[in-house]
Design a protein around this ligand. Structure first.
Ligand code: NAD
Ligand code: MN
Length: 362
């Protein structure tokens, strides 16, 4: 059998409601010869853990992830908007510790749901840009404060993100070829859209753009079949809202990728629907795109779909694509039926009721 140990890190807020939901779905997967047998271990992290114990990402969590787990699911963390001495976001640290260099974020409408149709995959570079958090404050000649932040863009990280984008474009094309043409949202050649702002930031975003472009240019045998275009980040937002069907794979530096994916979530109806996977060469962490949602935490109002789909992505990137597909189909089935849904989608069902409905379909 394929024994798989998954670290569960619910962390803060609705993370504590949606991670148990994702676990329940994984446990409800029908057993087959090739499907994994799960062992789950609970691991601590988050702002509440920091408030109690003075540390947001305990050493033990990293050690056990590295030593015992093949993958993990992360809920969400509450990061205050004001500076708290000694605190920094554990998920940002975890991505660094485990070298999870790409954040893969599929955003797709459910066929037959009456929504604007789109099927895009956002690849967010996950290790640098402004998230290196090299900030400092100085005082100017008038005694007023001036704050600066360094932004890092490396050829190395840009190339890895670019390669992930082109590889995922080919992978999606292969999967699409297996569904009838009439059911495919994307009809053309696979496409990678590079997001940047190198008309203004010609050095940093200039290097990003050049490097991602060179991934295709230097490897025509592998990527010749993938179209490449580019979009300035501001017009990217505009076009994405007006014609989201124009995008297949979108690759962006860390901050732009973060912002674009929340915007894309609005197009499919809720942040509570959009999953992600933090992917490295040796480890995967599934993680819903949303945060800890303190406004609805502890009320069974959280939509568990983003976390459940993140569990699917985790399986997919661990090599269990068939099991992942079963999760996606069960989720789509419940969404298409439209009876059982949480308040973010206009329904009255609880987190548990949605989870049970998905499990029942499995
Ligand atoms: P948020 O994503 O937590 O919430 C934004 C809005 O979407 C809220 O109205 C919330 O109720 C709703 N929402 C989010 N997830 C939902 C779900 N599953 N079901 C139903 N509704 C959902 O973003 P925010 O309010 O800007 O931030 C709250 C906290 O989360 C902050 O402390 C922030 O730092 C943190 N955050 C963490 C992560 C992460 O863990 N990766 C990401 C974003 C924000
Ligand atoms: Mn975000």
């Amino acid at each position: 059998t394929n024994k798989v140990t998954i670290g569960l890190i619910p962390a803060d807020g609705i993370g504590r409601e949606v991670i148990p939901a994702a676990r329940q779905v994984l446990e409800s997967l029908p057993k087959s010869e090739s499907s994994p047998q799960f062992n789950f271990i609970h691991l601590d992290a988050g702002f509440e853990h920091f408030q109690k114990h003075g540390v947001a990402l305990p050493e033990e969590t990293i050690t056990r992830l590295r030593g015992e787990c093949q993958g993990a699911l992360f809920g969400a963390v509450s990061s205050p908007s004001h500076k708290v001495a000694g605190y920094s976001s554990p998920i940002v640290a975890l991505r660094k510790h485990l070298d999870l260099y790409a954040n893969v974020r599929p955003v797709a409408s459910v066929a037959g749901s009456g929504q604007k149709q789109l099927d895009m995959l956002i690849i967010r570079e996950n290790t640098e840009c402004l998230y290196i958090k090299q900030e400092r404050i100085e005082t100017d000649a008038n005694g007023q404060k001036v704050a600066y932040a360094d932004r890092k863009i490396s050829e190395y990280a840009s190339r890895r993100a670019g390669q992930m984008a082109f590889n995922m474009a080919l992978m999606r094309d292969k999967l699409r070829s297996q569904v009838p043409a009439s059911e495919r949202l994307w009809q053309g050649k696979p496409k990678v859209t590079i997001v940047h702002k190198s008309n203004v930031l010609s050095v940093t975003d200039g290097l990003w753009r050049e490097t991602v472009r060179s991934v295709k240019e230097n490897n025509p045998q592998a990527y010749g079949g993938v179209d490449m275009d580019e979009q300035l980040v501001d017009s990217m937002v505009y076009r994405m809202f007006r014609e989201p069907e124009a995008f297949d794979v979108v690759v962006a530096p860390n901050l732009y990728g973060d912002i674009i994916s929340d915007g894309a979530a609005a197009l499919v109806g809720s942040l509570g629907l959009v999953p992600s996977a933090n992917v490295g060469d040796h480890f995967v962490v599934g993680e819903p795109v949303h945060g800890s949602a303190p406004d609805i935490a502890g009320q069974q109002k959280a939509n568990p779909v983003a976390a459940i789909r993140s569990a699917g992505l985790l399986l997919e990137h661990m090599g269990y694509a068939a099991d992942a597909a079963k999760i996606y189909q069960a989720v789509d089935g419940v969404l298409r039926e439209g009876q059982i849904k949480t308040p973010d989608l206009g329904g009255k069902s609880t987190t548990q009721e949605v989870t049970d409905a998905i499990c029942k379909r499995l």
